[in-house]
Design a binder for this molecule. Structure first.
Ligand code: AMP
Length: 442
């Protein structure tokens, strides 16, 4: 097994790695080092958890010379604010014995502070695309000196709709530069970008596309509805062994807040929530509390949790199944990091079964289904979103049936009246309620 000493690193970097306690490069670090050091463009296909951040940082830092130049020579673009903070943290660790000026910028925070910092001078700038463009437009930041560009988690950036900003950034950067791209998956969109903006890139591919990390033990439950999912989550929090650092993924901010509310009574001090409606300090402290073990469960939307590196996550729970099969791979990759074993548990409703099939096809592997625990309360109450849509013959329009079940999200009285309509439709609804809300057996 090779050690970092075999990689032609500087004394300063070796000392920093020694302080961190890393001795051996991970496979992607070993593979990427000579390629990136050669100055060629490169595309790394690697999931988070493989050590890809150090894989691009080490060769870049090895070649970075001392300079008093103000404008950045290295630009690292990442999709989320949390990832900016994380990459800046990794750079700070690695440059403990070097004289490197590094700074991170992201939106929804004071731009003037960031302008001042950029004006003071930097070697490495880590940025989210939007704020990077704002700073460039304000002319505080000039990108003419950038020699190395890293676009990390590019598939996610494209998913988040950053295509226009990325293209803008790529267009204004000097053409004579080294471009490095990292992505967990290589889809058509990413390939299109590579063919347009990359100059004969070398591919650094370690894991075959779409293959989940082998060390993650995956399981799933078939669960009829939201309220039963809540009951199952409570059951796991009370009874599941080793359920001590749990990252729970949901598809929307609203669901994240709803779950947190539903767990509040049983677990008042153990739950954190992170999504884009939370303020930046709230987001940072949610990650911090989870990381330090203050909170046992962190409820997160996909966008926010992307790229977060939180060590020792025991379980990833997919409270709902993501629409994109590749998002499932990202989610479960939050556990089983850096050679640790991990677990993933998915809650699947009937409606989500086609998504399960898509994931299993992508992985070429079935997710074993567990029986629901004995004694678990199966709720027959549907939420507003779970109520089936029907066609109203008279209007010809799709309509949500509003079934007065005392469901999780109770409608206000005045709204109930409006949605229930006249006597005939109330009767129709009553009949449908009987049809749709029958107790299910598992
Ligand atoms: P990444 O894939 O860059 O998000 O890294 C995943 C985790 O692996 C991070 O916690 C890193 O600090 C850790 N890591 C990176 N390189 C090494 C290494 N050579 N040995 C052990 N852990 C590492």
């Amino acid at each position: 097994m090779i050690t970092f000493k075999d990689l032609n690193l500087s004394k300063q970097l070796l000392r920093a790695l020694d302080d961190i306690g890393f001795e051996n490069p991970t496979p992607i670090q070993e593979k990427a080092f000579p390629i990136i050091s050669s100055g060629t463009d490169a595309v790394g296909i690697a999931q988070t958890g493989t050590g890809k951040t150090f894989a691009y940082l080490l060769p870049i830092l090895r070649q970075l010379t001392y300079s008093e130049q103000r404008q950045p020579r290295v630009l690292i673009v990442v999709p989320t604010r949390e990832l900016v903070a994380q990459v800046v943290g990794e750079i700070e660790k690695l440059t403990k014995y070097m004289n490197v000026r590094c700074y991170g910028v992201y939106g929804a925070s004071n731009i003037n502070t960031q302008k001042q910092k950029v004006y003071d001078g930097l070697d490495i700038l880590v940025a989210t695309p939007g704020r990077l463009i704002d700073l460039t437009l304000s002319r505080t930041l000039q990108l003419g000196s950038v020699k190395k560009l890293v676009i990390d988690e590019v598939d996610e950036m494209l998913n988040l709709g950053f295509r226009a900003q990325l293209t803008q950034i790529l267009d204004i950067l000097p053409p004579k530069r080294q471009t490095l791209l990292f992505s967990a998956t290589l889809n058509e969109d990413v390939e299109l970008m590579i063919s347009k903006y990359f100059n004969k890139p070398e591919y650094i591919e370690l894991i075959s596309r779409g293959t989940p990390l082998e060390k993650i033990i995956q399981h799933a439950y078939f669960v009829p509805n939201f309220n039963t999912k809540i009951n199952l989550l409570k059951w796991l929090l009370h009874k599941e062994k080793g359920f001590s650092k749990v990252l729970l993924f949901v598809k929307s901010k609203k669901i994240a807040d709803d779950i947190s509310l539903a767990l509040e009574e049983d677990f008042p001090t153990e739950i954190g929530v992170i999504h884009s409606n939370k303020s930046q300090p709230q987001r940072f402290s949610a990650v911090k509390y989870f990381d330090e073990g203050v909170h046992r469960l962190l409820i997160a939307t996909d966008v926010i949790a992307r790229g977060l590196d939180i060590p020792n996550v025991t379980h990833v729970v997919n409270f709902d199944i993501p629409k994109e099969a590749s998002a499932y791979i990202h989610r479960i990759g939050r556990t089983g990091r850096a050679d640790k074993a991990g677990n993933s548990i998915s809650f699947i409703t009937d409606l989500e079964k086609p998504l399960q099939v898509a994931i299993e096809t992508l992985m070429n592997k079935k997710i074993p289904i567990l029986k629901l625990p004995k004694g678990l309360e199966i709720s027959d109450e549907l939420t507003k979103d779970e109520i089936p849509v029907t066609r109203d013959k008279n209007l010809g329009k799709a309509k949500k049936l509003v079934i007065p079940t005392g469901a999780f999200h109770e409608k206000k009285d005045k709204n109930k009246k409006e949605q229930l309509g006249g006597k005939r439709s109330q009767e129709k609804l009553r009949r449908l309620k009987v049809k749709y809300i029958s107790k299910r057996k598992f």
